[in-house]
Design a protein around this ligand. Structure first.
Ligand SMILES: *[C@@H]1O[C@H](CO)[C@@H](O)[C@H](O)[C@H]1NC(C)=O
Ligand SMILES: *[C@@H]1O[C@H](CO)[C@@H](O)[C@H](O)[C@H]1NC(C)=O
Length: 365
């Protein structure tokens, strides 16, 4: 009995070594690229003359270094947690970081910039930010830099095998169409036509991303835009979500999924994977207690109703326990909420991930 137990545990250890031995180099080799807005910006805007920044306390209060890094979170953001989950030893650095050189380039890069949208005129009030077309220009430039290190063929392989995350679109509503009453875009387009226009421009960006070598791309929809503390404070109706922004999200998200399906059909492969952020976000917005939150309406850091007005700064209200809040600031989830969102990305059913989740992707390639 004792011997057989000993033998089986020895075999288990050996089995574990074999599994790790085969997986570890693959996990190391997979690069990670990130594009989009503040939900995924890890500090590019620190290097720019813009008002869209998160490089001062209390941002980063729960980050491992306890410092503000430019992430719009109390701690880790969504790319950090995905990077952790796919076995990277460090998350990709912001593309503008001077530390992004040599071997660190092979981990990937984060091109995201707070304030941007699909459209160039989104976020103009933030002045100097990296718009989507520019993020793709930088991706091209990145590939030239990596080619100089490891050659063009290996670079192509690295990019083809990489995981890509793109999170953009929310600002095209919040910081464009609905930014001010009678905005230029809202005078130009009825909402359904605007949604179609944004989706068609987004499709062009994704086609270019594919041309640049991306082969596995997680594309997130918008969250429940009308239910974030900022919108509850500014446009909410009787403590409820902003009906107009909810209407925008309800029109936009299904059309995004359809567009991605269409793109995959045109390409003949599952390159683009839709992440139903609306659903996973809505889960804890409608039932915060089930996820360990005391509130999904009030931001941890901010001022005014729902702590939803203005910016999160050193003089704002600040909650003592960030894990009890779904929202860290008026627009952005807390690290705890980010972890729940990434959990759904990893293992969620087809209600959350279309056509498959990230653990399935990891097993496939
Ligand atoms: C944004 O600007 C770039 C550079 O001027 C241009 O190539 C691109 O077509 C523009 N995109 C949109 C959606 O207008
Ligand atoms: C998602 O991941 C889990 C494993 O964690 C798996 O059982 C499930 O079938 C996957 N769902 C889809 C739709 O890929």
């Amino acid at each position: 009995m004792k011997t057989s137990k000993f033998i089986s545990s020895k075999w288990m250890v050996l089995g574990l070594v074999l599994v790790l031995g085969t997986i570890a180099p693959l996990a190391e080799a997979r690069a990670f690229f990130v594009f989009g807005d503040s939900l995924v910006d890890s500090g590019n805007n620190n290097y720019l003359a813009t008002t869209a920044r998160a490089d001062a306390p209390p941002y980063g209060i729960d980050y491992p270094t306890r410092r503000a890094t430019g992430r719009f979170s109390n701690g880790l953001n969504i790319p950090d947690i995905i990077s952790e989950q796919i076995g990277q030893s460090e998350p990709p650095l912001p593309y503008l970081s001077p530390e992004l050189t040599g071997q660190r380039l092979l981990v990937g890069a984060n091109f995201a910039s707070a304030g941007i949208g699909v459209l160039n005129d989104t976020g103009i009030q933030f002045l100097n930010i990296i718009r989507m077309f520019r993020q793709l220009d930088y991706f091209e430039e990145y590939q030239h830099r990596v080619s100089a290190l490891i050659g063009a063929q290996e670079t192509r392989r690295l990019v083809n095998r990489a995981l890509v995350l793109i999170t953009v679109g929310g600002n095209d509503f919040v910081n464009n169409y609905y930014l001010v009453p009678f905005s230029a875009r809202s005078r130009q387009f009825a909402l359904p036509d605007y949604v179609k226009y944004v989706i068609s421009e987004y499709k062009k960006l994704l086609k270019r991303l594919y041309k640049l070598g991306a082969r596995r791309v997680l594309v997130t929809g918008t969250g429940p835009l009308g239910c974030v503390p900022a919108e509850l404070a500014m446009h909410g109706t009787n403590g409820g979500c902003s009906a107009e922004l909810q209407r925008a999200a309800a029109l936009y998200n299904p059309q995004l999924v359809q567009m991605l399906k269409q793109l995959n059909r045109e390409i003949g492969k599952t390159v683009f994977i839709a992440v139903n952020t609306q659903q996973s976000h809505m889960d804890f917005v409608s039932n915060p207690q089930a996820y360990g939150f005391t509130t999904s309406k009030v931001a941890c850091c901010g001022q005014g109703p729902y702590n939803g007005l203005g910016l999160c700064t050193g003089v704002s209200n600040l909650c003592p326990n960030r894990d009890l809040y779904a929202f860290w600031d008026p627009f952005h989830p807390s690290e705890k909420a980010n972890r729940i969102l990434v959990q759904q990305i990893m293992t969620g059913s087809t209600n959350y991930m279309t056509p498959m989740n990230l653990s399935t992707i990891m097993a496939l390639d």
